[in-house]
Design a protein around this ligand. Structure first.
Ligand code: GLN
Length: 225
């Protein structure tokens, strides 16, 4: 019988723009190739007592500003468990709105400030001149990634020693128009503005699948103690 990898899809019903759910499907496919089944749980506003440590991977997709404002209110109660999970080196992938939630706040087009989880030193602001829409290409540790972006938020790192970009921009905006950088890496957490879904890029998908298998083995070893 094959082992089951547990994936928590954060607010799947509210944060699911531009086919980001494809990332989870691709990972489940790659894990199956390695002999693992996967169980995907939607962690949302009706989920009681979410414990991130019960999972091998957390996924947080993109969303519209309205849905983000709804999610932000509920996210407060899950902040500590998600922070502990990230600090414990476990793998997480956050796309666009989900990525913005890792920082301190997100200023919307409508002039609202959405309080985010404030887990990592970054923040996201809006400037009236342009929405960042189009194809993106960037160079990462795992090779070139092709995707597309569609966001009004501009993300800036507040601590450039702690947070590293996921990639160096070749085409498109990425985090903001100035830094020529796309996404963020901290421990085994990756944030990115890339839809497409991003994991249609086999290089990065395989790297994340490996991290998930390692996290699963560690969780199983911990449970066996
Ligand atoms: N609403 C956010 C923005 O416009 C995130 C968009 C997204 O997740 N696609 O910046």
């Amino acid at each position: 019988m094959s082992e089951t990898i547990k994936i928590a899809y954060l607010y799947e019903d509210l944060m699911n723009t531009y086919g980001d759910s494809g990332d989870v499907k691709i990972l489940s496919f790659l894990l199956k190739e390695q002999g693992y089944d996967s169980q995907v749980d939607n962690i949302s506003i009706d989920t009681k007592n979410f414990n991130a440590a019960d999972y091998d991977f957390l996924f947080f997709g993109g969303g519209q500003d309205f849905e983000q404002s709804v999610v932000a209110k509920d996210l407060v109660r899950n902040r500590e468990t998600i922070k502990d999970y990230i600090e414990a080196n476990k793998p997480m992938l956050c796309i666009c709105g989900g990525y913005q939630f890792l920082g301190k706040y997100y200023e919307t087009v409508g002039g609202d400030t959405i309080q985010c989880m404030d887990i990592l030193p970054m923040h996201t602001v809006f400037k009236a001149d342009s929405r960042m829409i189009g194809d993106t290409t960037y160079e990462t540790e795992w090779g070139t990634v092709h995707a597309f972006e569609n966001h009004s938020g501009r993300t800036y790192f507040d601590d450039k020693d702690k947070l590293k970009p996921l990639g160096k921009m070749i085409e498109g905006y990425g985090n903001n128009p100035e830094d020529k950088a796309e996404g963020m890496r901290y421990k085994n957490t990756i944030g990115s503005y890339s839809h497409g879904p991003i994991l249609k890029n086999e290089n990065i998908a395989k790297a994340i699948a490996e991290k998930i298998i390692t996290a699963h083995k560690e969780r199983m070893a911990e449970m066996a103690k």
